[in-house]
Design a protein. Structure first.
Length: 278
């Protein structure tokens, strides 16, 4: 039974989703067992920076998870020393890495914040590497976050002439707004303990115990009614969010990316030099 038809994901046709096992993914891996869909960011040489097709692959898996009754919960983790470095700034400047992914183009634009809001199933994030910029949008979009005690979280966008607009929107529902704005404006790193204090992380774990903690959470969730949980997550989203925010912030980001500072900041990042704001 579908309670909220109007908010259903419709990026891809059902035939493509049904053939998921024959699709080729270039930047993401997935595994499915025991009612859990594991989504694994798999671009370690680029610090799992979000390539446009990588975002497309994530959306494909999210819609599959939303439609598949044998998926009750979603685990997001990564390969490599960095969980996710945010958007691929090289791609923003037009230098898009070629790939052989067979995931079709979406029917409409994918906005990461909205993508998480439309998947009304429990999502857990397993963090064993540092998280930067738009990567925090993935973290804040999950219902539960377990992190290694040694990881850090950074919002360096202002150093690139950008502002973490969608991250700001998602984090505003998690941490005190004044502290959030200070983080966005100064662009510093938070250690795992501070992220835990502010509510971004729900549980800290030693490296050799994190898998056990994740599996315990998944086991507890999957014992409960999937219909009740789906209904509850969707209802909570309806009550606590403004649907237009992420679309508006995406438009604002596009305007910001067209400014002189953003172009200079991104180019300086690519050239590995300090930006010149004059």
């Amino acid at each position: 039974m579908e309670f909220f038809e109007c908010d259903h994901m419709n990026f891809y046709n059902k035939k493509d989703l049904q053939n998921i096992k024959t699709q080729k993914f270039s930047f993401v891996k997935f595994e499915q067992s025991n009612y859990v869909l594991k989504i694994i960011l798999n671009r370690p040489k680029k610090k799992n920076a979000l390539h446009p097709q990588m975002i497309n692959e994530l959306a494909f898996l999210f819609q599959y998870a939303a439609d598949e009754n044998k998926v009750r919960s979603i685990l997001i983790k990564s390969v490599g020393n960095v969980f996710c470095a945010g958007l691929d700034l090289s791609a923003l400047s037009g230098k898009i890495e070629k790939c052989d992914s067979t995931i079709p183009k979406p029917r409409s634009k994918i906005i990461i914040g909205e993508l998480f809001n439309k998947l009304h199933k429990p999502k857990i994030c397993q963090i064993e590497g540092d998280v930067y910029a738009g990567g925090i949008l993935i973290v804040s979009g999950c219902n539960y976050v377990i992190a290694n005690k040694n990881v850090s979280f950074g919002l360096p966008e202002v150093k690139r002439g950008i502002f973490p607009l969608q991250v700001m929107e998602s984090l505003s529902k998690i941490m005190p707004f004044k502290k959030l704005m200070d983080w966005c404006i100064r662009g510093y790193n938070l250690d795992a303990e501070k992220a835990f204090e502010l509510g971004l992380v729900d549980q800290l774990a030693e490296k050799n115990k994190i898998e056990k903690s994740v599996n315990r959470w998944l086991d507890q969730v999957n014992l409960n009614s999937p219909t009740a949980i789906k209904f509850g997550i969707k209802t909570a989203h309806e009550v606590n969010s403004n649907k237009s925010n992420h679309k508006f912030l995406s438009k604002m980001l596009n305007k910001l990316l067209d400014t002189k500072d953003a172009k200079e900041g991104i180019q300086a990042f690519i050239e590995k030099r300090k930006p010149n704001w004059d």
